[in-house]
Design a protein around this ligand. Structure first.
Ligand code: G3P
Length: 228
């Protein structure tokens, strides 16, 4: 894995506040915050904004998705080569909002490996986390995110601490090299610190940052949780 941990992944999703020129503003806020706190941030950006964002900041940029296709006739697909040329160094796969089956995930991971990408696959529960950990090739990271908490105000660290500890234990038993991230409803440094205490190497956050009145302050607050 090219990225260092502990780490804050910011999911830009397709919010208005994180699309196009707003994506650049958020990326710059994240870069300033990361420099001020001395912590790592990875930006997870929609395909159409990858080049714009990666050329504006020096933080690592991940795609939100790739398709397991190669050059050719694949209308509407996200080509891994194009994502790499646009500046991404990694990709997320099977986010809860863009869920894929296991066959798709394995094929997409194989293409990601050919590109030299870091790979983070999302899991909605413990069972899926175990299935993903057993796949070949293996991801670098598994992000455990209970879908019902995504976008809400109750964090996974508060609502389901056992899901985090059980996932970390199960994943490490199956594949010790895979790192675990969690996300859903994470809003403050207490949520982040708790996630780290429960065995993760970082968090995956969207609304708590993207929708914040002051995005940079929100990022600084969360990054402090990584360092507690
Ligand atoms: O990918 C992270 C995301 O699904 C969590 O979203 O808005 O609950 O931070 P949010």
């Amino acid at each position: 894995m090219q990225i260092k941990t502990p780490v804050l992944f910011i999911n830009f999703k397709t919010y208005e506040q994180s699309t196009g020129e707003n994506a650049v503003k958020l990326a710059k806020a994240a870069e300033e915050a990361a420099n001020e706190v001395g912590a790592l941030v990875v930006l997870v950006v929609q395909a159409a904004d990858l080049r714009l964002v990666s050329s504006s900041v020096s933080l690592p940029v991940f795609a939100q998705h790739i398709d397991p296709v190669s050059f050719g006739s694949n209308t509407g697909k996200t080509l891994p080569e194009a994502v790499k040329a646009a500046g991404a160094t990694g990709t997320v796969l099977s986010h809860a909002e863009n869920k894929q089956n296991n066959e798709f995930i394995e094929k997409a991971m194989a293409r990601a490996r050919e590109m030299g990408f870091d790979v983070m696959v999302c899991a909605e529960d413990l069972e899926r986390a175990k299935q993903i950990a057993a796949m070949n090739p293996k991801p670098d990271l598994i992000a455990v995110e209970p879908p019902e908490l995504i976008g809400g105000d109750i964090s996974v660290s508060t609502a389901h601490p056992e899901l985090i500890t059980d996932s970390v234990k199960a994943i490490k038993e199956i594949a010790p090299g895979i790192e675990v991230i969690t996300g859903a409803g994470i809003k403050n440094q207490g949520d982040v610190a708790k996630a780290i205490e429960l065995g993760t190497v970082g968090v995956f956050v969207a609304s708590g940052i993207v929708k914040a009145e002051n995005q940079k302050e929100a990022i600084i607050d969360l990054l402090r949780g990584l360092k507690q």
